[in-house]
Design a protein around this ligand. Structure first.
Ligand SMILES: CCCCCCCCCCCCC/C=C/C(=O)SCCNC(=O)CCNC(=O)[C@H](O)C(C)(C)COP(=O)(O)OP(=O)(O)OC[C@H]1O[C@@H](n2cnc3c(N)ncnc32)[C@H](O)[C@@H]1OP(=O)(O)O
Length: 711
């Protein structure tokens, strides 16, 4: 709703009230319409100020309403009516003015803002465009070039940025002086102004369109934003508004907008974590950490040190190998400086001390172990930590898939052990899997989750199983990719299909980047390859592809060696080029195993890779290793490059149709009965049996099924 009050004198104050961000719900829009009318009718009122309750102007249209029928006064005519009134209206912006909130402010005649307020048009991130006149008014105010950047990226900036673009009134022009000035409002109605364009406007628009298409990897909204701005640059306002409405309608009805809005909410749902034990975000107290230690200063450890230091935590960075320590103590401060600069932090607030002695962690409140991914080494470190740390210190492991409970078992306080699985580079990547073992205490989980939040991560609580959630699902995906090579595909074909779907990198380019030896080592530890293991295509009772092992045995470990599934300019090279060696190698391999290459359609490549991964997602939900589909989807969007406009693997399954996923998995499993990952999960079958409920209902369904022991 919106409240109305008369300030002493002649100013009417309208306050938007819809906690927590004063989103423009139907009730708020109705409130604005009513209170503006009231101000117009009151002869004593000569000017109007619109503000938001609790120091927040407005977070935009109410995204929750997008899922249902639109009720209440529509936004576009409401804003237009405000612009048309003959008493000056000012938007007084505190906190945020985002999306429809900023569009409302653009319909006002004046805008003033608190220096710390954040403004922007993030609609593109929700699969939409600023469809309440923003795509037409903003360029008329700040010029086409600046508007293109803001609207196609959805970037948010503070008031000083927007002051420099003349979006905000100069601060000295206080609202009361505006109101009594008696200035004509004609020049303040943005819809009546021409759109300032650079002389080479066509070339600017063409170049922007090319750049946006490249960057958006199949997302529709950024392209529609450019189209709307083309209209602003070339058409009168009313025709521009028609174009804006048409584009918005197309986007609104697209699956992408639904996916992106779902992704917005899943990011928030995962913060409200709960464990099977009943512990949850609202009943578990977190400790505030001010001193931490990181053990092991390889790539991961270095990134973790920087991530911690950036939050102002003092860090003891420990590395027992002298050479590695010397290198890290040079590299880490430079990384910190760079990252602080990128985030516009004046000086890095954290304090880092380097040490080669594990004893030096004795005063810290939390330790993150980031040594080599080797269970015996990690056990040794945990035994040592539990003897040197103060009682009550939280001990965390950055393992990417090893058993947290085994680590906990060698400590004096197993309840204080959790996994904190970062993604490389750890100071940049947004995802953190917080892994709870059967003995992890709610306090330990809450502390790790809160620490992740402080580091700006999307933290997701996951159960303790091999590979946790992300890597557990990656396994069947990688496996299918290898099988497809055996059957006739090339790495480029597989990668092209996945990149066309929207992944920034196909599976083979990604493996080359991460290093092929990572998986090789894991397979050796699992007894799947290595000396003494017979070189067959069936291992441990299931189909196995020795292809990636053989590529490693040839010394091709990916980008770092300049050769992997592709060739690069040299060790550390980034540009992947197809390699004749790989084609010859694949042919020889197929000949050796009596395999006849067949032509494989892109649909089969996509189905087998994605549906195997999705199927494992259902198994994970069934095993209660993730609390809901949103957790899995957030993990894949923030940690594995899953295209956000497809929502996440579980959301995508719902969009494709659960019945269809089940039918295709059955088909592929029938053709490959020796691949257990293709066998449809019980949960998927159960969901289809009850009519394929929408993804938002799965959590409730799973909990009910679990109570009735159907899963
Ligand atoms: C069929 C054809 C029809 C065509 C025509 C239809 C016309 C329909 C009108 C269309 C109008 C289009 C033009 C306008 C579009 C928009 O405005 S879209 C929304 C744009 N705004 C945003 O994207 C902002 C989103 N919010 C944020 O970025 C952040 O929430 C924040 C405002 C910066 C605050 O951050 P923080 O303090 O960290 O809090 P959060 O945890 O993020 O949020 C707190 C809770 O508030 C909920 N929330 C936030 N914003 C909104 C919102 N806009 N609508 C609804 N709810 C919102 C958020 O989910 C949190 O909720 P809980 O998790 O339940 O606590």
């Amino acid at each position: 709703m919106a409240t109305y009050s008369r300030l002493p004198g002649s100013v009417a104050l309208i306050t938007l009230q819809n906690p927590p961000v004063n989103a423009l719900s139907a009730a708020v829009r109705q409130g604005i319409v009513d209170t503006v009318q009231r101000a117009l009718k009151d002869p004593k009122v000569t000017s109007v100020v619109i503000c938001g309750q609790n120091g927040k102007f407005c977070g935009g249209a109410d995204i929750r309403e997008f899922a249902g029928p639109m009720l209440g006064p529509p936004l576009v005519p409401m804003i237009h009516a405000i612009e048309a009134v003959d008493k000056p209206v000012a938007a007084a912006i505190e906190g945020v003015a985002l999306g429809g909130g900023l569009e409302l402010a653009l319909g006002c005649h004046y805008r003033i803002a608190h220096s710390k307020a954040l403004l922007g048009l993030p609609e593109v991130t929700l699969g939409l465009l600023p469809g309440a006149g923003g795509s037409q008014r903003l360029p008329r105010l700040i010029g086409l070039t600046a508007a293109l950047d803001l609207i196609t990226t959805g970037r948010q900036h503070d008031s000083s940025f927007f002051s420099s673009l003349h979006l905000l009134c100069v601060c000295s022009q206080s609202i009361s002086s505006v109101c009594v000035s008696g200035q004509s409002l004609d020049s303040r109605r943005l819809s009546t102004l021409p759109c300032p364009c650079p002389p080479d406007v066509d070339s600017l628009l063409d170049k922007t369109m090319v750049k946006v298409r490249q960057r958006s990897r199949g997302a529709l909204a950024p392209v529609a934003c450019v189209q709307a701005l083309m209209a602003a640059a070339s058409l009168p306002y009313t025709q521009g508004m028609e174009k804006e409405r048409d584009l918005l309608t197309t986007l609104f009805n697209s699956g992408q907008a639904r996916a992106l809005q779902y992704a917005f909410f899943s990011q928030r749902v995962v913060g409200k974590w709960s464990l099977p034990s009943g512990a949850s975000w609202d009943n578990s107290a977190a400790r505030t950490i001010s001193k931490a230690a990181v053990i092991g200063l390889g790539t991961m450890g270095r990134g973790i040190v920087v991530a911690l230091a950036l939050t102002g935590i003092s860090v003891v960075a420990v590395e027992t190998q002298e050479k590695q320590l010397a290198e890290a103590s040079q590299v880490v401060p430079a990384m910190l400086q760079r990252e602080a600069g990128r985030r516009s932090l004046a000086t890095p607030p954290g304090v880092i001390s380097f040490s080669s002695n594990l004893q030096d962690v004795c005063e810290v409140e939390l330790v993150i172990e980031a040594v080599f991914e080797d269970m015996s080494l990690k056990l040794q470190v945990f035994r040592h930590l539990t003897s040197v740390c103060r009682p009550g210190t939280l001990l965390c492991s950055n393992t990417s898939g090893l058993d947290i409970d085994r680590l906990a078992a060698v400590t004096q306080s197993p309840g204080l052990v959790v996994g904190m699985h970062f993604f490389a580079p750890a100071h940049v990547m947004k995802l953190l899997e917080v892994v709870y073992g059967p003995r992890s205490s709610p306090e330990a989980v809450a502390t790790a989750m809160q620490l992740g939040k402080r580091m700006g991560k999307v933290s997701v609580a996951v159960g303790n199983c091999p590979g946790f959630v992300g890597n557990r699902m990656l396994k069947p995906y990688l496996e299918q990719a290898n099988f497809l090579l055996e059957e006739g595909a090339t790495p480029q074909q597989v990668d092209e299909v996945l990149e066309e779907f929207g992944f920034p990198m196909g599976v083979f380019r990604m493996s080359d980047l991460s290093g092929l030896d990572v998986g090789w080592r894991i397979r050796k530890e699992a007894g799947l390859t290595g000396p003494g293991v017979e070189s067959t295509r069936t291992r441990q009772g299931r189909r196995y592809s020795p292809l990636p092992d053989q590529v490693c045995e040839a010394g091709r470990l990916g980008q770092k060696t300049g050769r992997g599934w592709y060739q690069y300019d040299g060790p550390g090279g980034r540009v992947a080029r197809s390699d004749h060696w790989v084609n010859i190698f694949l042919e020889a391999y197929r000949a050796e195993h009596g395999l006849v290459a067949r032509s494989i359609a892109p649909e089969e490549i996509l189905e087998r890779c994605l549906y195997a991964l999705i199927n494992e997602g259902f198994n994970i939900l069934q095993d209660a290793m993730a609390a809901g589909p949103e957790d899995i989807d957030a993990i894949y969007v923030f940690g594995y490059g899953w295209p956000r406009h497809h929502g996440g693997p579980m959301f995508h399954a719902g969009q494709v149709g659960l019945g269809r996923i089940l039918e295709r998995l059955q088909h592929h499993h029938h053709n490959h009965p020796d691949v257990p990952h293709l066998k449809p999960s019980t949960l998927l079958r159960r969901l289809v049996a009850v009519g394929s409920p929408p993804v938002q209902k799965w959590r409730e369904f799973i909990n009910k099924e679990r109570v009735h022991s159907q899963l």
